[in-house]
Design a protein around this ligand. Structure first.
Ligand SMILES: Cc1cc2nc3c(=O)[nH]c(=O)nc-3n(C[C@H](O)[C@H](O)[C@H](O)COP(=O)(O)OP(=O)(O)OC[C@H]3O[C@@H](n4cnc5c(N)ncnc54)[C@H](O)[C@@H]3O)c2cc1C
Length: 320
């Protein structure tokens, strides 16, 4: 029986690739692990998961799970943990897992640690390292009891190779009539975009308060992102002032990213923003204040007015 269940995140049946990184921690924990997916019409995505070294790919496939309603998902995941006698539930940190895993922890009466960065062994006991105070400090946490629920920082664990012998795919049987029925899915609103997903993009352009208005944000941050095939991110100040939508926010209370290239436009570099970008491979900052803290973490910095230099940069990239 699998001792660990790794919850793999899907978006309307499509795999969210950062969620695979939780498998790496499952491997480090050393016990058997099952991959669990929930949704509807999942044959294709289930087949894509068979070579990640799991003992099984467990598929909870039902029309009632077509949308990720947190109370229903939590109920099914808790059932799966009980039926497998699993002691550990793992998922990558995301809005999805933040919504669902605390509910599972309550249902199975397990302690929960979020944003695990590393596994540590202390005197034969397992402990987990996690950031506190927006990543300015690290805590090492040991859990008591049989069961545990963990989310991992996807950027702290490499993507696992899919090179194992294929494992079986098993339906997870449950009685749909037993599902909690207190919340109802009504609609989904989202922007159609050809840009890569912020959490998965190799290039991200971040915009700050200095963009001043939405037109400038779209033209300069969006224009540079499009010229480099990147995604758009924003500071909380940019979101709060209406320059960018909430799901663009990067940082302590937004998304944590680790692209190959992050370009910060008019961003001061507050600790809460840095918490979301510090694992980026190369950070480029454009800011008119030479003392802006962002320059302390930037690989390359340009002291300049972004309204002047960004259009030149876009023009130069387009000119080839
Ligand atoms: C509990 C808590 C959680 C938070 N979570 C987050 C979070 O998740 N993400 C986040 O980003 N913030 C977060 N914050 C807010 C954070 O503290 C900062 O206020 C925010 O990041 C600042 O955003 P900014 O850099 O866009 O704005 P500012 O700090 O106002 O910086 C604007 C920068 O633009 C520069 N500038 C101005 N004009 C130009 C120009 N023409 N050309 C070039 N540069 C120019 C300025 O020199 C300045 O450095 C949080 C705060 C708290 C208290």
């Amino acid at each position: 029986m699998a001792k660990t269940v790794v919850l793999i995140e899907l978006d309307r049946g499509q795999l969210k690739r950062p969620s695979l990184n939780a498998i790496t921690l499952a491997r480090q924990l050393g016990s058997d692990y099952a991959l669990l997916i929930l949704g509807h019409s999942l044959n294709e995505v289930a087949s894509s998961l068979v070579s990640y070294g799991a003992s099984t790919v467990l598929v909870a496939d039902n029309p009632a799970l077509a949308e990720p309603l947190a109370d229903r998902y939590a109920w099914v995941i808790a059932e799966a943990m009980r039926k497998l006698s699993a002691t550990t539930l793992l998922a990558s940190s995301s809005t999805f897992s933040k919504d669902i895993l605390p509910r599972v922890a309550a249902l199975v009466d397990a302690p929960m640690v979020t944003d695990v960065l590393a596994l540590e062994q202390e005197n034969g006991e397992t402990a987990f390292r996690r950031p506190v105070n927006a990543g300015s400090m690290l805590a090492t946490v040991r859990l008591s009891g049989e069961r545990r629920v963990l989310t991992v920082r996807a950027t702290a664990f490499p993507t696992p190779a899919a090179d194992a012998a294929p494992c079986p795919i098993e339906p997870f049987e449950f009685d749909p009539a037993s599902l909690p029925n207190d919340t109802e899915f009504i609609s989904r609103e989202e922007r159609a975009s050809d840009r890569p997903d912020l959490g998965e993009a190799r290039v991200v352009i971040g915009g700050g308060r200095a963009l001043r208005d939405k037109e400038s944000f779209d033209r300069l941050v969006g224009g540079l992102a499009d010229s480099l095939g990147g995604a758009i991110g924003a500071t909380r100040a940019a979101v709060d002032t209406g320059l960018a939508p909430n799901d663009y926010q990067i940082g302590q209370t937004g998304k944590v990213i680790a692209p190959d290239l992050y370009i910060a436009l008019g961003i001061s570099g507050a600790i809460q923003h840095l918490a979301g970008i510090k694992d980026s491979r190369i950070i480029v900052a454009i800011n008119k204040d030479p003392d802006a803290p962002i320059f302390q973490v930037a690989t390359y910095g340009l002291v300049a007015d972004l309204h002047q230099v960004v259009p030149q940069l876009i023009g130069a990239i387009k000119a080839g």
